[in-house]
Design a protein. Sequence first.
Length: 272
Amino acid sequence: MKKIHFFSEKVVIVTGASSGIGQQLSVQLARNGAKLALAARNVQKLENVARECNQRGAQTLVVATDITEQLQCENLIKHTVEEFGCIDTLINNAGITMCARFDEMQNLTVMEQIMRVNYFGSVYCTYYALPYLKKTSGTLVGISSLTGKTGVPTRSFYAASKHAMAGFFDSLRIELADSGVSVTMVYPGFVATEVRKRAFGTNSTSSGRSPLNETEVMTAETCAQLILNATAQRKRELVMTFGGRLGLWLKLMAPGLTDRIARRAIKNIQGD
């Protein structure tokens, strides 16, 4: 794996760092010489990731953080600056999902929770990090999803939160045009992580299993590498797969067809 010198000695915050894409981002950043502030709710898992990063020579800071709580996001930024003196990159990676039709949901508080994690968590962390990112002409990253570009059945709340995230960061990019801070939005397709095992169902609990064959989708390692390459190049956005790019083109040219493809894809995954 080619080293990305852009991150050498840079201070990087990764939310949702305890597993999946966040864990891989952290390990690869460590390999590339970054100083890391790792944030998630599960301290034990965070410390395991920190050990992996330390073994690769990285300085790490573990900050237990529930990003749905504004004060905890402020605390994450404060501790990072106290430890390292600055912030060069903030990667808003933490997220949760769902797998249920809207008209079958039994509890709408799920909607609020998904929005608080996927959208407001990114807003809170960005708000407190931005003054420091301006000082370093830093990089802001939002990890969205293809559902942040187009609707997907059984993912309505998730798609809404990712659309909100995209609208926020796209607007912020324009506001920050003269600040030196770049904003990169990332739109992965299916990636092999545990997120689908924790997806909210109709009764607001997770099934504990993924509807996908996780061995047949992009690995978290590959996904993380693509994200870091795009960040180092200060790209505006990254739509990660050819299928995703083709789907967005089809949405413009034949939106009805795109809807039918999305519906068929989810049916095939769930075996309906």
